[in-house]
Design a protein around this ligand. Structure first.
Ligand code: HEM
Length: 161
């Protein structure tokens, strides 16, 4: 009798463990964090019809394809895409020298404006597809322990195959 009870308890514990392990795997598989290199980002600059359009701000890569009227070939903000345009967005500038991730020397107001646009426009409107190396890694290539995904990328494993 005691042996049966032990067996039942053991089976229940095993089931709970297996279920939570599966849940963990499903979560990991359906929502991976993806690193997008600068070279890859350049491909998605709106120059090719039918290709998605990507743009990074603060190292977070957004799929801005649905904003083609802003970012597509010949559109007013096409210069911002295929790269990290953090500085340009912070300064509301399309000057080539501002088309960079570099935020050095920006004013408090520009940084606040950047965060407002980052959250109010980009995070609200466009799916996140990954992160640049600068956002995820340290300069020596080791993982940045402070990396926290802003959101989980909205792609499935199929997109990777
Ligand atoms: C005379 C100058 C400009 C005018 C009249 C203008 C006008 C506009 C308008 C009408 C929108 C659309 C708002 C909406 O429908 O949601 C917009 C969005 C935007 N503008 Fe400008 N703009 C100007 C300059 C700039 C510059 C220099 C930048 C440089 C970064 C810029 C960056 C943006 C961005 C990032 C958006 C958001 C696009 C989106 O929703 O994805 N704008 N602008």
């Amino acid at each position: 009798m005691q042996c049966t009870q032990i067996l039942i308890v053991f089976s229940a514990v095993l089931l709970v463990c297996l279920a939570s392990d599966r849940k963990l795997k499903e979560k990991t598989v359906s929502k991976p964090v993806r690193l997008i290199t600068e070279e890859e980002l350049e491909i998605y600059d709106g120059s090719q019809d039918g290709q998605p359009v990507y743009m990074a701000i603060k190292g977070v890569v957004f799929d801005v394809t649905k904003g083609k009227e802003f970012y597509g070939k010949g559109a007013p903000y096409n210069a911002l895409v295929g790269k990290d345009s953090t500085r340009a967005v912070a300064k509301m500038s399309l000057d080539p020298e501002d088309l960079t991730h570099d935020t050095a020397g920006l004013t408090k107001e520009q940084l606040e404006s950047l965060d407002r646009i980052f959250t109010g426009t980009y995070k609200a409107k466009y799916p996140i597809v990954g992160y640049t190396a600068r956002h995820m890694l340290n300069e020596d290539g080791s993982p940045n322990k402070d990396f926290k995904p802003e959101d989980q990328p909205h792609f499935t494993l199929n997109d990777e195959l």
